[in-house]
Unconditional design. Structure first.
Length: 303
């Protein structure tokens, strides 16, 4: 009996330990500050919940990162609900000006067309905007985009720094020009290759190469620090851009808990919170991963 018991114990101790592996999940993002921040929030949260995660943040501009998702080169990335207007050629639909209706529409369309799942968006609007120095706004009484259009049409000095995407995308500058009735010449546009608003806003604040206006986003953290003000989109041209994690359906089917893990995190990312977190990167110079980790720990989302 002693010999048999010894053999059984030895057999049990040498048996392989059963482990459950979750992932790997590859997370990408756009190249701007907030895209990288949100990707790090997703990455760190999933790693804390036992997932193996490949960090492919700062993948590229919107067409590049979306193509990577559709083609399976990445599995997740943070996207904005309002971009559904562009993805599905529905730029004239008023649905994108409504937070919930826009989310439900892009969720249904992307699932049907691409088997992409949209998780719940954050309660913030990171809409595209144009910002100018406060001194310029005050001296020329610029408060709205209608004011800007009138200023440009009267020959006011104006030079905009922006990404190529902002300058060419049908839902960005061309939409502003069409709705407000102005048109920028090529010499009034400066293309910033990085695509980030940190560069465009710094150029407008410093007057680099004559720039006095910048592509901006509603949740940018360095606008007030740089003395810039966002001109009101008083004709509601821009869609509601609420950030949300999106994931390939084949990955979501395998890990449906992604929803219960990430939804509570994104629910805390309101406008003020995102402005504050973005400011830590854009103004204070912290890296996105550190800012994301500190925030998640402060809210007890990760250990």
């Amino acid at each position: 009996m002693a010999i048999i018991l010894t053999l059984l114990i030895a057999a049990c101790s040498s048996a392989p330990v059963s482990t459950t592996t979750k992932g790997p999940i590859t997370v990408g993002s756009k190249v701007d500050t907030e895209g990288t921040l949100l990707a790090q929030i997703i990455i760190l949260t999933l790693r804390d919940k036992g997932f193996t995660v490949n960090d492919r943040s700062s993948t590229g501009q919107t067409p590049i990162v979306r193509s990577a998702l559709i083609n399976g080169e990445i599995d997740m990335y943070p996207e904005y609900t309002g971009n559904g207007a562009f993805f599905f050629s529905m730029t004239s639909s008023p649905v994108w000006q409504d937070f919930d209706a826009g989310y439900q529409k892009v969720k249904q369309l992307d699932k049907s067309a691409n088997n992409i799942i949209w998780l719940k968006p954050a309660p913030a609007n990171n809409t595209w905007a144009i910002a100018v120095p406060k001194t310029m706004a005050v001296s020329n009484n610029l408060k709205t985009m209608d004011d800007l259009a009138s200023y440009i049409d009267k020959g006011g000095v104006f030079k905009l720094a922006a990404s190529e995407e902002f300058l060419t995308s049908a839902v960005a500058l061309p939409a502003f020009e069409s709705a407000y009735g102005f048109s920028l010449r090529s010499d009034q546009q400066v293309v910033v290759s990085t695509g980030g608003t940190a560069t465009t806003e710094k150029a407008a604040a410093d007057g680099t190469s004559g720039v006095n206006a910048a592509m901006a986003f509603g949740t940018d953290g360095n606008l007030s620090a740089l003395g810039l003000v966002v001109l009101e989109d008083n004709r509601h041209v821009q869609p509601y851009y609420a950030p949300a994690p999106i994931v390939r359906g084949i990955v979501f089917d395998k890990y449906p808990e992604l929803e219960t893990i990430l939804d509570p995190v994104f629910a805390t990312l309101d406008l003020l919170t995102l402005q504050t977190l973005n400011a830590k990167i854009q103004v204070e110079g912290h890296d996105a991963a550190t800012v994301a980790r500190d925030y998640l720990k402060s809210k007890n989302f990760i250990k």
